[in-house]
Design a binder for this molecule. Structure first.
Ligand code: XUL
Ligand code: CO
Length: 437
């Protein structure tokens, strides 16, 4: 049974006019010592691709999928697995990411929900064996259900905390069963609406407790995947505790959890926090905390998480630049946490959207590699900070001097002339690489 009247997507090169072909993503092409496939490690998000039906706050579904053509919820879930693997195969996407509720519908009880998960996990495993497609990460949806109205790990209701822990336990077990390379924590409702009713101290301590339990349980069941936290500043709550990379890293250090977690950086979450995507990746990189990426883009005119497919080569170039400087992905990858617009409701729109996203990252990868190979910015930076290579600068960065020595130096020598930061020149060169590579 085939659900998509679309041929397998192939690389045809930049001159191709075929919308159903890659123009830049050439999976076997070597870029900086690895194939593009291994550099990008693209993943499909199960939720946006197979459970998002086009709803928005003002209207219902617009996407009526052929694989959803049954009233039986479990039958539907099984058909979705088949459709998802057909899609990934045709798209040459090597990984997928999922929430527990994406793959199996929640039942009336936890026990029954877990049984449903086991049924679907078996089907997924068969499809994984058939296709060789792997799981990049699993996660828990502990935010959608009404019991999580006041949070999960940060709920004021201890029984909800317990329920969230139980749900995470099962999601970790199935992620392990599926060979997941990472496990993600996105605290969908871990935040607050008003401080008038919120004990932030207790809530943050509890969030750390929940994460500590996850670390312990991962060890107990032998789950060797990387644990990841995904920062987001707002939405759904007014203030999310995992605001941005810097906030999450400070939180992890406070609770001595920094050795067990890395970060999953999402482009649109960065922009919601008033940072660039590159900034968030950069902060992770310099702290050795870059784990994985949720690839998408926001709309600069809108203040919410639009989760659009990434089409901005400028941003993907600078993102790939940070990722390559970090040594490239090891366990992480580029998960398209992106959804087609409500008006793009045809099945083949899914293909066009992923092609656009994959080509944009592939192009960004090549430009970033060229910039790095030519050391365009790295040489400039080395020169810009050259004053720390000798003399007083050398003493400063080797912690050999304090205020008194520096005062003596300043009294004696004054300062040398500053030189231009040459921002416009660097931007001009960046443009040239984007247009010419
Ligand atoms: C929400 C978001 C989530 C996480 C996984 O903004 O990004 O889909 O990636 O829960
Ligand atoms: Co995300």
């Amino acid at each position: 049974m085939s659900y998509f009247d679309v041929p397998a997507i192939k690389y045809e090169g930049p001159k191709s006019k075929n919308p159903f072909a890659f123009k830049y993503y050439n999976p076997e092409e070597i870029v900086m010592g690895k194939t593009m496939k291994d550099q990008c490690r693209f993943a499909m998000s199960y939720w946006h691709t197979f459970t998002y039906m086009g709803k928005d706050p003002f209207g219902g579904d617009t996407m009526f999928r052929p694989w959803d053509n049954t009233a039986d919820e479990m039958e539907k879930a099984i058909e979705r697995v088949h459709a998802a693997f057909e899609f990934m195969e045709k798209m040459q996407i090597p990984f997928f990411c999922f929430h527990d509720v994406d793959i199996a519908p929640r039942a009336a009880t936890l026990k029954e929900t877990n049984e449903r998960l086991d049924v679907i996990v078996k089907v997924i495993k068969e499809e994984m064996a058939r296709t060789g497609i792997k799981c990049l990460w699993g996660t828990t949806n502990a935010f959608g259900d009404d019991k999580f109205v006041h949070g999960a790990g940060t709920s004021c209701n201890a029984t909800v905390f317990a329920y969230a822990a139980a749900q995470i336990k099962k999601a970790m077990e199935i992620t392990k069963e599926l060979g997941g390379v990472n496990y993600v924590f996105w605290g969908g409702r871990e935040g607050y609406e008003t401080l008038l009713n919120t004990d932030t101290g207790l809530e943050l301590d509890n969030l750390a407790r929940l994460l500590r339990m996850a670390v312990d349980y991962a060890k107990e069941i032998g789950f060797e995947g990387q644990l990841l936290i995904e920062p987001k500043p707002k939405e759904p709550t007014k203030h999310q505790y995992d605001f941005d990379a810097a906030t999450v890293m400070a939180f992890l250090r406070k609770y001595d959890l920094q050795d067990y977690f890395k970060l999953n950086i999402e482009a649109n979450h960065a922009t919601l926090a008033q940072h660039t995507f590159q900034h968030e990746l950069n902060m992770c990189r310099i702290n050795g905390m870059l784990g994985s990426v949720d690839a998408n883009q926001g709309d600069p005119m809108l203040g919410w998480d639009t989760d659009q497919f990434p089409t901005n080569v400028y941003d993907t170039t600078l993102a790939m630049y940070e990722i390559l400087l970090d040594g490239g992905f090891t366990k992480g990858g580029l998960n398209f946490d992106s959804k087609v617009r409500r008006g793009s409701f045809q099945e083949d729109d899914l293909f066009l959207a992923y092609i656009a996203g994959m080509d944009t990252f592939a192009r960004g990868l090549k430009v970033a590699a060229a910039l790095l190979e030519d050391k365009v910015f790295e040489n400039f930076k080395a020169e810009r900070y050259a004053s720390y290579k000798e003399g007083i600068g050398y003493d400063i960065i080797h912690d050999r001097v304090g205020f008194k020595e520096l005062e003596a130096y300043a009294l004696e020598n004054g300062v040398t002339k500053n030189t231009s930061g040459r921002q416009e020149m660097l931007e001009m060169i960046l443009n040239q690489y984007i247009m010419e590579v």
